[in-house]
Write a protein that binds this ligand. Structure first.
Ligand code: NAD
Length: 497
């Protein structure tokens, strides 16, 4: 068995990497028509990795034309599902074979620790496999009619799907969209985040090698307000599958209304509550999980457990345990497998997080640890914990998207549920207790797409993932997401007696 990669191995591999920087459009790698490019910078070092083609409206228009032609051609859309399965399984195999390289690209591009990127890759590969394996097990329906009729309900691809994804889990968020959309027979145009475009372009080559027909999968790097907006407003796009902020999600719904009423599936932001009741058996373990729930991936996680709600009966002791756990989760070189946290994705996000920390102090929350960035060229912010937070404070209501935890106290189950639901978001919620009656009572009352009981972020491909309220309206993962990428068609036949 090969030995696990060391820090030095990853550094060596990073030095040997080359990047694809052109758009994958109509079966060719091309520069943007105007020749514009944008910089991809490693946030852990400040070094420029590459200059990437900045696509805009002309590329969006061309990609939609190619994707539409691929739908008409039918070599993917009308192929037997078993054939699509074969090619997607091949793609998963190629991703597996290039797992280290793909993980390394994401780590360099957006600053997350290499162990985290490897975990994302496992999730992404698993998602492609799950959808490939599922697609030839999806049946249509025969309606219950009399003998004089035959009613068929067929599932057909939507047509052209645009996937717009964020930077925090670049390839996993990509797989959650393209896995089901491609399996269902659609042509997919991927718009990766301008903060992490490189792994999607590497994936394009693997998709070609796996045998995906030309223009069934295209990748357009560039900015949201240029190429993203042009794709979202296009009359030739049938569906927008989006993961990102609530503010942009709202814009996409407007674009759909202004254009062709395309479907819009949104996976947006969160401010997820994590409820700790006094009856927990092992408070040390719960404190460690609660710290991981916010500090994993530098807090740049849609389901970060960013609001910790603790029973006041144990709060003081629990916060001490949490601080001790946070001590072990310091940021470090993302290429070091020992680093728990990496760098913040870019300077804009870094300044935004630091601004929230300043506002927390100004609004009277008690800063218990962290708050000051690390010195040096890299964008590192240590685990930061505020106690005594109230729902009126910005750090208690708004999505910080960084390693900043807001701790609230509660005196009763009712108050805990009220505090938890007092949010415009509803993506995830956690609940720690040994009392099964309380668990079921509270789990039912929490307004959230998913409730984690005695864990944080549990779940696999068999269960759907998504939000309620302003956290979105779509569902990734499971057979529910596969169903979202197809349309029902009724065929009603009259039969001769
Ligand atoms: P963002 O909304 O700024 O950008 C997301 C994507 O949208 C990017 O590709 C961006 O280029 C594009 N975009 C921006 N403006 C656009 C426009 N006008 N038209 C079309 N496209 C546009 O979000 P982000 O900063 O990349 O990611 C962080 C956000 O993503 C957080 O709010 C986080 O909670 C959310 N997120 C949600 C989930 C989930 O599953 N619910 C998962 C991960 C991240």
């Amino acid at each position: 068995m090969s030995h696990p990669f060391t820090h030095a191995d990853w550094q060596r591999l990073a030095g040997e990497l080359t990047f694809e920087t052109r758009a994958w459009l109509g079966g060719d790698f091309v520069e943007a028509a105007g020749g514009e490019r944008f910089a991809s910078v490693n946030p852990a070092t400040g070094e420029m990795l590459a200059e990437v083609a900045a696509c805009d409206a002309p590329e969006a228009e061309a990609a939609v034309r190619h994707a539409r032609a691929a739908v008409e051609r039918g070599d993917w859309a009308r192929a037997a599902p078993a054939e699509r399965k074969r090619i997607l399984l091949r793609l998963a195999e190629l991703m597996e074979a290039h797992k280290n390289e793909l993980a390394l690209i994401d780590t360099l591009d957006m600053g997350k620790p290499i162990t985290s990127s490897l975990g994302d890759l496992s999730g992404a590969i698993n998602c492609i496999r799950y959808n490939a394996e599922s697609i030839d097990k999806v049946y249509g329906e025969v309606a219950p009619t009399g003998e004089e009729s035959l009613g068929l309900v067929l599932r057909e691809p939507l047509g052209v799907v645009v996937a717009i994804v964020p930077w925090n889990f670049p390839l996993m968020m990509t797989a959650w969209k393209i896995g089901p959309a491609l399996a269902a027979g659609n042509s997919v145009i991927l718009k990766p985040s301008e903060k992490s475009p490189l792994s999607a372009l590497r994936l394009a080559r693997l998709a070609k090698e796996a045998g995906l027909p030309d223009s069934v999968f295209q990748v357009l790097p560039g900015f949201g307000h240029t190429v993203g907006k042009a794709l979202a407003l296009s009359m030739g796009v049938d569906c927008l599958a989006f993961t990102g902020s609530t503010a942009v999600g709202k814009q996409l719904m407007q674009y759909a209304g202004q254009s062709n009423l395309k479907r819009v599936y949104l996976e947006c932001g969160g401010k997820s509550p994590n409820l700790v009741f006094a009856d927990c058996r092992d408070l040390d373990a719960v404190a460690r999980h609660a710290a991981e729930a916010i500090f994993h991936n530098q807090g740049e996680v849609c389901i970060a457990g960013s609001r910790l709600l603790v029973d006041n009966a144990i709060r003081e002791a629990f916060v001490d345990k949490l601080l001790a756990a946070a001590e072990t989760m310091q940021p470090g070189d993302p290429l070091d497998p020992a680093s728990f946290m990496g760098a913040i994705v870019d300077r804009t996000q870094y300044e935004r997080v630091l601004d929230y920390i300043r506002r927390g102090v100004a609004e009277g929350a008690v800063l218990r640890r962290g708050g000051e960035p690390l010195e040096g060229a890299g964008l590192f912010i240590p685990p930061t914990v505020f106690d005594g937070v109230t729902p009126a404070m910005a750090i208690g209501r708004e999505e910080v998207f960084g390693p900043v935890l807001a701790v609230f106290g509660f005196d009763s189950e009712d108050q805990a549920v009220h505090l938890a639901n007092d949010s415009e978001y509803g993506l995830a919620a956690g609940l720690w207790s040994q009392d099964i009656d309380r668990i079921m009572r509270v789990a039912r009352r929490l307004q959230s797409g998913q409730v984690f009981v005695n864990n944080w972020a549990g779940g696999d491909m068999t269960v759907p993932f998504g939000g309620v309220k302003q956290s979105g309206n779509g569902r990734d993962k499971s057979h529910h997401s596969l169903a979202e990428y197809s349309e029902l068609k009724t065929v009603w036949m009259t039969l001769a007696p």
